[in-house]
Each structure stands twice: as structure tokens, then as C-alpha cells.
Design a protein around this ligand. Sequence first.
Ligand code: PMP
Length: 362
Amino acid sequence: MTSLNDLPIRDDLRGREPYGAPQLDVPYALNTNENPYPPSEALVKAIGEAVRDVAGSLNRYPDRDAVALRSDLAAFLNRDTPGAGLSWRQVWAANGSNEIIQQILQAFGGAGRTALGFEPSYSMHPIITSVSGTAWINAHRDEDFGLEAERAVAAVEEHRPDVVFLTSPNNPTGTALPFSTIEAVLSVTPGMVVVDEAYAEFRRAGVPSALTLLPRNPRLIVTRTMSKAFAMAGTRLGYLAADPAVIDALLLVRLPYHLSAVTQAVARTAMAHGAELLGSVDALRVARDDLVAWLRAEGHQVADSDANFVLFGRFADRRRVWQSMLDRGVLIREVGPPEWLRVSVGTPEEMAAFRTALKESL
Ligand code: PMP
């Protein structure tokens, strides 16, 4: 039997584990921050028709620059953040925001360069960074999972990274960043600043998106995804907004025709039904706040959340609690600091199952 180590694999990949959030067939999957509401029958039908429409020309490559889809995404962002005034030239799309992040690192990272983030944060930031040959610097979040502007600035000034990751709302903590921190980091970073807004649609009213900072900051990139609030994780569609020059840089590294005709058609159809897809966001926000209140009433420590998941603890043996929940059909996530667990916000039925299972597991 050949093993990985028998192969002439890159030295820096030896001994690594692949990304592996468990994908298990369980009654209650609350581990990957998906939107629990599937598309309506009407949307399923519209998607079927859209795929049918492109099926007849699948012998041809798709639009390499995905202009129609980028226009739809720009229109959505302009509604999300009035005054953003984005055109399709300021929006770029790829197969999930993970691919967006990979393209950013291919263009702005690489050998001899560094990317800095504040952990605990999204685990793929350091993974994509190092796989791109870029060195990762962890500058740590504050004790309460926030990030004070002063400390963030000090870390950037010390390391002078080529790329900085700011995640707001942050995964796995749910914490939204103070706007002042984003502005302060932008003012001192010599390289690119990526604000990962995968969960932006769940943020509390009054928290502005970093999109508002784009006009004055050509080195700012704001990433978004259709995987979370948009309830389209299976479509694999992530996107970003940035200065058109940033997109010129990404065109140098993207693979030609990276977004299939089917992906573009499905994503455009979903965008056209955006009101329906985002219709569950208000209910999920309320369910999130109820969940936080319930966990606190039960005596748990809970991180403030502006997202569709909640980080709670602390458990001396979190693996035991996680396993006991799983034995009861409820899959949550063992992620973040050692004594904490993360649960995604689900339907009322899923939340009831979570509460019962947690009580039985303690
Ligand atoms: N950013 C953050 C903060 C995430 O939590 C995730 C998914 N868990 C992603 C990006 C990637 O999502 P996708 O590739 O599905 O767009």
C-alpha cells in the first residue's frame, strides 16, 4: 500500500490533516452554519428551468468573466449597503468564498510573504494561507473574543503583513468587529486588508458593513458568500467587492472558466429570488438571541453573536459533551478555544432537539 509519505509531496504539506468538519448523516446537523431552510418549491422549479436553459449549450465554455452574475451581486450589495454604489467591475465571484480567499493569497501572498489574522477565527484562513506558500502570523483576539483597535494596530505595525484578515462577524465566536478597528487596521496596513463578511447579513441593525469603506480604500477587499444567509451552500458561490484594480490582480491567478455555466445560472436564479432566500434571516436572528438567552439562563458562558451560530462553554471535557450530543442525533462543532463548542442556529424543531440533548449531556 502506498502512503502519502511515499509520494514526492511538498515538504510543507507532510504531516498535515485535510480540512474535516465531520459530514455525518444525523437528524440534526447544526455544525456548519448553514441556513436550515431549503429552497421553496417555486425556487426549486426556477432553478430546474435555469439549468435546463443552459444545458443545451454545455458544449461551450461559460462566460469567463461572469459579468451578468457579477452585476446581480453588485445590485444586491447596493441594496444591502445603500450608498455602496458598486458596479460589476468592483465585484468578483468564485466557487465559494474559500476560492475567493485562495485567489487573494495567490495574488497578494506567496513565498517570502506573510498573512496575519486574529485567532480564534475562521480555520481556513491559516490553511489557505500556508497552502499558498504564505507564512501565517496569529496575532490573537482579546480575551472576550473582541479586537481592540489599539492592539490590532500594534500587531500590524509589528509584523507589517502583506495580507490582514479581519472576520466580522467572526467565526467561531460570532463577534462583530467595532468599525473603528477595521478603519484603524486599514490606516496602518501596508498590504491588503480582507474583511471576511461571510455572516454579514445576520449582523445586528446599526452595524455597518465594511463595504462603506471601499471608496476611500483601494487595498480593502470585502468577501461575502451565498452559503450562509442566502441558503445556497450547495451552489458554491462566494464573492467579493473591491477596487477594480484588485480584480485585475485576481484575473492573473484565476483559472479560466472557473465558474461553470450551471453555477452561474443557479446563482443568478437564487439572486432573483433573494427576497425569499433572505426571508428567513430575521427569524434566525431572533432564534439566535433566544438561544443565547437560554444558554446563559442555563449557566453557560456564551460569546455575543451577530451571526447564525453561537459559541458556548466552558466544558472541561468538551469532546464528551460533543459525543453525547451526537449520540442523541445532534451534531454540533468542536471548534475554537479548547473548552468551547459551537452550535448553528436551526429551525425551532432543531433548537428544541439541541436544548433537550444538551441538558441530557451535562
Ligand atoms: N468565511 C467564513 C468566516 C466562514 O465561516 C466560511 C464557511 N464556514 C467561509 C468563509 C467559506 O464559505 P464558502 O466557501 O462556503 O463561501
